[in-house]
Design a protein around this ligand. Structure first.
Ligand SMILES: [Zn+2]
Length: 329
């Protein structure tokens, strides 16, 4: 059952099948139509799949692939108790019991109609380690991205502010799940996951689809200037990811890098980082066409009603899970 309740704050659109573009005669007109068609797909709002009282965010372009399972979990529903409400906590935490988390995971998989897939999670540590799975490991592996070409596995990454990214190769039928916080982004983990897919599965970056799920937004993700300095030292376009600093009065938005010339205001101690923008840029740099990248504009810190935020809630925050897998035939 696909529903689009209004609570997400985005227009309700279930799919793009209604957007039929009339055939045209001239080559120029056909090009324009093609561009419009691509834009129409890439700018689609995400859909919300609701089942068992659970709300799962999905990228419409990915739901069109029959062999693919994918989804980004949200907070409501589930069996865990947090602040007097039932929540879908999908990560093991001190404030929650193992039994309830296992039940939440079962409900989540069931809502995705993926009960017969085996969930493979990682022991995440903000690293740049990409694990390739052929079967379910006996013990959880350390890493922050996973990849597989094997049907029957459901790759999952857990987040509560960091950026979850799902990669899909429709040609080779391969998938990857990536966890990118600022450390992982700085280490280009999403680029390394793409490299691994290319090496192991023969994936071509220009044929990949990428879905970037809910994470803390540039509106709320305050970081120390040492983080900005680290990014600027690694990426020539890093200044674009610290947009919020540009008040219009500053001649140089990265003025703290240049010290403080006499007579100038002291440089800010903290800045805002847009991690989603950074990872989108990494995907583009890796060779993905813009129209293959789908980003949901939801901030974990702004939307505590819908998501979990470690920044806002600390140790008693739950964990969201983003999953991708290949169905068994
Ligand atoms: Zn925010």
């Amino acid at each position: 059952m696909i529903k689009t309740p209004p609570a997400l704050g985005s227009p309700a659109v279930s799919d793009y099948t209604g957007r039929v573009v009339a055939p045209t005669k001239s080559l120029t007109a056909r090009r324009i139509v093609r561009k419009q068609r691509i834009r129409a797909i890439s700018e689609l709002p995400w859909t919300e799949h609701v089942a068992h009282g659970i709300r799962i965010l999905q990228a419409p372009a990915l739901t069109k692939i029959p062999w693919l399972v994918h989804g980004f979990s949200t907070r409501p529903g589930g069996v865990s108790d947090l602040e007097g409400k039932k929540v879908l906590n999908l990560g093991f935490a001190e404030w929650d019991t193992r039994k309830l988390v296992v039940e939440n995971r079962r409900l989540f998989q069931s809502a995705l109609n993926a009960d017969n897939l085996a969930l493979v999670t990682l022991t995440q540590s903000h690293s740049d380690v990409v694990q390739v799975f052929d079967s379910v490991p006996a013990e959880s592996c350390r890493g922050d991205a996973s990849a597989t070409i094997r049907p029957g596995l459901l790759l999952g990454v857990q987040t509560a502010d960091c950026v979850p990214i799902l990669l899909v190769d429709p040609q080779k039928r391969a998938v990857s799940a990536v966890h990118a916080g600022w450390r992982g982004t700085l280490q280009r983990i999403v680029t390394k996951a793409i490299g691994k897919m290319q090496m192991q599965f023969g994936s071509r970056p220009d044929g990949l689809l990428a879905a970037i799920g809910p994470s803390i937004g540039g509106c709320c993700y305050e970081v120390g200037t040492e983080v900005a300095t680290a990014f600027v030292s690694q990426f020539p376009n890093a200044a674009d990811w610290f947009d919020e600093l540009r008040t219009g009065d500053e001649p140089n938005p990265l003025q703290w890098l240049n010290g403080m010339p006499p007579g100038h205001q002291p440089a800010p101690k903290n800045v805002f980082l847009d991690l989603r923008k950074a990872n989108r840029a990494l995907l583009l740099d890796a060779g993905l066409p813009a129209q293959n990248i789908f980003v949901v504009d939801l901030c974990t810190a702004c939307r505590r009603d819908l998501l979990f935020s470690y920044r806002r809630e600390g140790a008693v925050s739950g964990r969201l899970m983003s999953v991708v897998g290949i169905r068994k035939v």
